[in-house]
Design a protein around this ligand. Structure first.
Ligand code: GDP
Length: 528
């Protein structure tokens, strides 16, 4: 492939994820985005509790039952001259670890805010994660067809709470039943809203120029109101600045309604125009630029049983450099072996197609028979490792016990494999034979017991245990570490990957130990 063609493939890719608080409208936006990508003929009703239809991004039965999105799925679609990869993230906080790791595999994020509610708790947490890499953020203020809070106040809240400057790109005219449309500041045009067109791509009526008398004809007294308001808004807000956006310091802000399919194309235009192409990534050796000719990528998620017809595990890999071709040989760096990959999956709008070729920014799915872990790097022979794919310290703990004690080995095997997938974390205390399961959200516990039963044929139950938190412990000084291990052994455990962990019964206990052992690092995250 000619070098220029390869560069063109990289340059046209945009890989992003949506971050939001549950119910802000992520699923609805995903559907409309796919509608624009021509991926769905007609966007179905979200989660279809009423209609029985499901967004194509929802895969697992359990998701359907609960009406929440558990899995991370990947959708690829063309939009204008670009090829967009949208990585779906579970909105439910019980699966936040997967979400966090997915955010390491994107180059930009779309933040969706419910305009009646403003900045909510989960959005704050997700923004913190995007800050680890200064990921550029595009903002969508959703649900303008409802009664919303004052838009200036909403913008101020984003600036104050999330500590990012806002540059309005569109500005709403009216809201709720009186939502008339938006004024596009950069294009100097008003785009009028038509109610009840949510399932189609609208032929929107556009009025050029804020002072155009047609505007007064179209929306009456709202025309003068928006003229007056724009003066105020321009005084109170920032101008869009591409550099500041790319550094994650400023976010372009759009207004609209996902349900009414209004404004979603404005966001997509913004993403295609401004969001970065696949970015360089750090490894333990050096920074890898996407146009490096040799293939490489890292695994950010492993998922089992996405589709009942394929009862295997799929490892999701973000391609960072080079080109993937069907049938190529990849080097699995951690285990030091070459593997033939004949049947990787791509994710064109939710269908699992066979990938012919894939490029930096794309996600491919590798069939995994237990040899792939989260964070693993694959190359074309080189021996480097991508860094920055974190494990997060769990916040909930339970002791897990077998109903049939003879199957202890099988239980341990299942737990270790599930922890390699990131489904749960397992801790084995140094001083006892207990098995402690740690999760970021309570639903993970349930999933683990079900999967132990169906995949490992063991029936396990939980018991309460008084553990408040866990920290991975490190110390370069072996003597100090040994001393610490001796004195604190009843608080120490090994995780699924045999890393030493401090299991704290209370936060007070943790704080005391941190004071007492200042040379020991107590880490909240761990990289594979
Ligand atoms: P998620 O939890 O972030 O994926 O949110 P959903 O997309 O499932 O939306 C949550 C609820 O808000 C659903 O009942 C949607 O129909 C509704 N919703 C989403 N966008 C809009 C909107 O623009 N206007 C109104 N009125 N409702 C919306």
């Amino acid at each position: 492939m000619a070098n220029q063609d390869f560069l063109n493939e990289i340059n046209k890719r945009r890989t992003f994820a949506i971050i939001s608080h549950p119910d802000a409208g992520k699923t609805t936006i995903t559907e409309k985005v796919l509608l624009f990508g021509n991926a769905l003929q007609k966007a179905g009703t979200v989660k279809g509790k009423k209609s029985g239809q499901h967004a194509k991004s929802d895969w697992m039965e359990m998701e359907k039952d609960r009406g929440i999105s558990i899995t991370t799925s990947v959708m690829q679609f063309p939009y204008r001259d670009a090829l967009v990869n949208l990585l779906d993230t579970p909105g439910h906080e019980d699966f936040s670890e997967d979400t966090y790791r997915t955010l390491t595999a994107v180059d930009s994020c779309l933040m969706v805010i419910d305009s009646a509610k403003g900045v909510e708790q989960r959005t704050i947490k997700l923004m913190e994660v995007t800050r680890l890499r200064d990921t550029p953020i595009v903002t969508f203020m959703n649900k303008l067809d409802r009664d919303i809070r004052d838009p200036i106040e909403l913008m101020d809240e984003v600036e104050d709470v999330l500590n990012i400057a806002c540059a309005p790109i569109t500005w709403p005219i009216g809201a709720g039943k009186e939502f008339k449309g938006v004024y596009h500041l950069l294009r100097d045009e008003v785009i009028l809203y038509q109610n009840g067109m949510g399932h189609t791509i609208q032929d929107s009526q556009i009025i050029k120029g804020l002072n155009n008398p047609e505007l007064d004809q179209a929306i009456g007294s709202y025309a003068q109101e928006i003229r007056d308001e724009m003066e105020l808004v321009l005084g109170a807000s920032n101008e869009f600045d591409l550099d500041a956006f790319l550094k994650g310091e400023l976010t372009p802000v759009f207004f609209g309604t996902a349900l009414g399919n209004f404004g979603v194309d404005h966001i997509l235009d913004g993403i295609v125009q401004w969001a970065p192409r696949p970015q360089a990534r750090e490894t333990d050796v050096r920074v890898m630029e996407p146009e490096e000719p040799k293939f490489s990528g890292f695994v950010f998620k492993i998922q089992a049983n996405m589709d009942p017809k394929h009862r295997d595990r799929v490892a999701f890999m973000r391609i960072c450099t080079g080109r993937y071709e069907q049938g190529m040989k990849m080097h699995h760096v951690r285990i030091g072996k070459d593997v033939n990959v004949s049947d990787a999956l791509t994710f064109m709008a939710g269908d699992r197609n066979r990938a012919e070729a894939a490029y930096p920014g794309d996600i491919i799915g590798l069939h995994n028979h237990g040899t792939i872990r989260i964070g693993d790097t694959f190359t074309q022979g080189d021996k480097f490792r991508y860094t920055g794919i974190p494990n997060f310290a769990p916040e909930m703990f339970r002791r897990i016990r077998l109903k049939d004690p003879l199957k202890q080995k099988q239980l341990l095997k299942g737990l270790v494999q599930l922890s390699e997938e990131g489904a749960v974390q397992v801790f084995r205390p140094l001083d006892t034979n207990d098995l402690i399961v740690g999760a970021v959200g309570v639903l993970q516990f349930e999933v683990v017991v079900q999967r132990l039963k169906s995949e490992y044929k063991v029936e396990a139950i939980y018991e309460a245990i008084s553990v408040a938190t866990a920290r991975w412990v490190y110390c370069d000084d072996h003597k100090k570490l040994d001393d610490f291990k001796r004195k604190c052994s009843n608080n120490l455990a090994l995780d699924g990957g045999d890393n030493l962990t401090y299991i704290a019964p209370t936060m007070v206990n943790l704080n005391l130990s941190m004071e007492r052992y200042p040379d020991i690092e107590f880490a909240k995250t761990r990289e594979n």
